[in-house]
Design a protein around this ligand. Structure first.
Ligand code: CA
Length: 231
């Protein structure tokens, strides 16, 4: 079955153009012209496989919708591509803090958008490589079942937390992970500890990873990202 894409876009001409082009690419679509209906359609069964979310909507802001969807159990795994205008560059950062998976800047070409959509959908689907117990990535080998990590086939010792942090980053490679997301998904709590805890642990993990530390990239003011591919 082709992927179902929810487009939340208040510019009706643009929404229609997207609907036409996405369907021509073989995707199924659901269109909302304001935040309220977009928010409702995002929760409607069958759930969309991806949401294209305009940041500037007349009623609710795109970031608020994103925050709500990423906070809800049933919708938190739906990838969201945020659409921003050039002048809203700062909001890109905000977009990642609320959990957006990618963004495109208006005006964008349909071709560029389709490529982004494909890439995000591909990443959202669990890849066979990561599902297997052993993941190879450059000099790194991670045996998730045995909780063992090797760099150039030499085992390194990680704490349980560091191991979990590595697994989360690795399984979402190519995707930015905000400190808040990591706190939630690695530590499982949002209170008491601060996002600085994340920085401290990433630093320690990097130190232990040695040669493989370059795979963990820092996006200033945004969070961390495990490289998409080995260079
Ligand atoms: Ca708009």
């Amino acid at each position: 079955m082709s992927a179902l894409i929810l487009v939340i876009e208040d510019e009706t001409d643009l929404a229609q153009m997207l609907e036409y082009n996405l369907e021509r690419e073989g995707y199924r679509t659901r269109i909302a012209n304001d935040g309220t209906s977009g928010s409702r359609l995002a929760r409607q069964s069958p759930l969309p496989d991806l949401i294209l979310l305009d940041l500037m909507l007349p009623d609710i802001s795109g970031t608020e919708i994103c925050r709500q969807l990423k906070a809800a159990e049933d919708t938190k795994n739906i990838p969201i591509i945020m659409v921003t205008a050039r002048s809203e560059e700062i909001d890109r950062v905000v977009g990642f803090e609320v959990g957006a998976d990618d963004y495109v800047v208006k005006p964008y070409s349909v071709r560029e958008l389709i490529l982004r959509i494909r890439a995000v959908l591909r990443r959202a689907r669990p890849s066979a490589e990561t599902n297997e117990e052993t993941t190879h990535f450059g000099v790194l080998r991670v045996d998730s079942a045995a909780h063992r990590v090797f760099i150039n086939e030499i085992e390194i010792a990680l704490t349980a937390l560091e191991f979990k942090l590595l697994l989360v980053l690795l399984s979402r490679r190519g995707r930015v992970q905000s400190r808040e997301q990591l706190l939630r998904d690695v530590w499982g709590i949002t209170a008491d500890i601060t996002t600085r805890t994340v920085d401290t642990h990433v630093k320690r993990l990097r130190h232990k990873l040695g040669e493989a530390s370059e795979y963990v990239e820092t996006l200033r003011g945004v969070g961390y990202r495990f490289k998409d591919r080995v260079e």
